[in-house]
Design a protein around this ligand. Structure first.
Ligand code: KIV
Length: 272
């Protein structure tokens, strides 16, 4: 019988309590899962951002539960240590608590993740309580919730007014009381994120929310600089893989056209 070596939600909460900042990154396949594990991240989020950065959609809305399970399994095969969070895609939990529990259970059983993430506040508190009582750890997601892009009118910074900030704080407390082990805070003013973080016992994971959160998440393809045209304020590009990939593939194309690849070194011969 194999025992999981994965970082648990208890260990994540302890790390945050001890003042260690949590490192989360998105990932969608086994190859990158191996790399982000080697880099030592704490949490891998198999995000529904897969719909935009891998599938080429202009929102996360078209992503299905079956697709999420496929990507979760691929990531789970590629790494053994990071805590794996599977995103519940749009339409897989909004109908009823029963639907939420069924979808989350599928992500754990078939996708091999340890916890699930869903977008929304106090309106999901009862359903999240049921989920956590059923033994499924939940990460919340407040602020800019991309699955509501049509209602929000675009990918905009949220909680900019006093009343919106108060609502966000109340939502965060409701998620904590419902049993969430952590909450993603996306695209909100840094002072609001800092206040929410200070008022919670569970860790917050920021994206576009300043340095006052308990940890940080970025979309892997964004931090690697794979899309030269995507340069929002909240992203820091740690590499420019866009040009490095284009240069590498161009060099390959040049070699193939010139007949300089493959050479003898890359060829098989039979000795008689
Ligand atoms: O799907 C995703 O990548 C996310 C992160 C941006 C938090 O939800």
């Amino acid at each position: 019988m194999s025992t999981s070596r994965r970082i648990t939600t208890t260990q994540l909460r302890k790390k945050a309590r001890d003042g260690e900042r949590l490192v989360m990154v998105t990932c969608y396949d086994a190859t990158f899962a191996r790399l982000v594990e080697e880099a030592g991240v704490d949490i891998v989020l198999i995000g529904d951002s897969v719909g935009m950065v891998v599938q080429g959609h202009d929102s996360t809305l078209p992503v299905t539960l079956d697709e999420m399970i496929y990507h979760c399994r691929a990531v789970a095969r590629g790494c053994t240590t990071p805590h794996l969070v599977g995103d519940l895609p749009f339409g897989s939990y909004q109908v009823s608590t029963e639907q939420l529990i069924e979808s989350a259970a599928r992500l754990l059983k078939e996708g091999a993740v340890q916890s699930v993430k869903l977008e929304g506040g106090a309106e999901y508190a009862d359903a999240i309580s049921r989920l956590t009582r059923a033994g499924i750890p939940v990460m919340g997601h407040l602020g800019l919730t991309p699955q509501s892009v049509n209602q929000l009118g675009g990918y905009k910074v949220q909680a900019k007014t006093q009343s919106a900030a108060e609502k966000l704080l109340a939502d965060a407390r409701a998620l904590q009381d419902a049993g969430c082990f952590a909450i993603v805070l996306e695209a909100i003013p840094a002072p609001v994120a800092e206040r929410v973080t200070a008022s919670l016992e569970i860790p917050t994971i920021g994206i576009g929310a300043g340095v006052g959160c308990s940890g940080q998440v970025l979309v892997l393809y964004d931090l690697l600089g794979l899309d030269a045209g995507f340069n929002p304020r909240f992203v820091k590009k740690y590499d420019n893989l866009h040009s490095r990939v284009v240069e590498a593939v161009s060099a390959y194309a040049t070699d193939v056209r010139a007949g300089t690849f493959p050479t003898e070194e890359h060829s098989h011969y039979v000795s008689h």
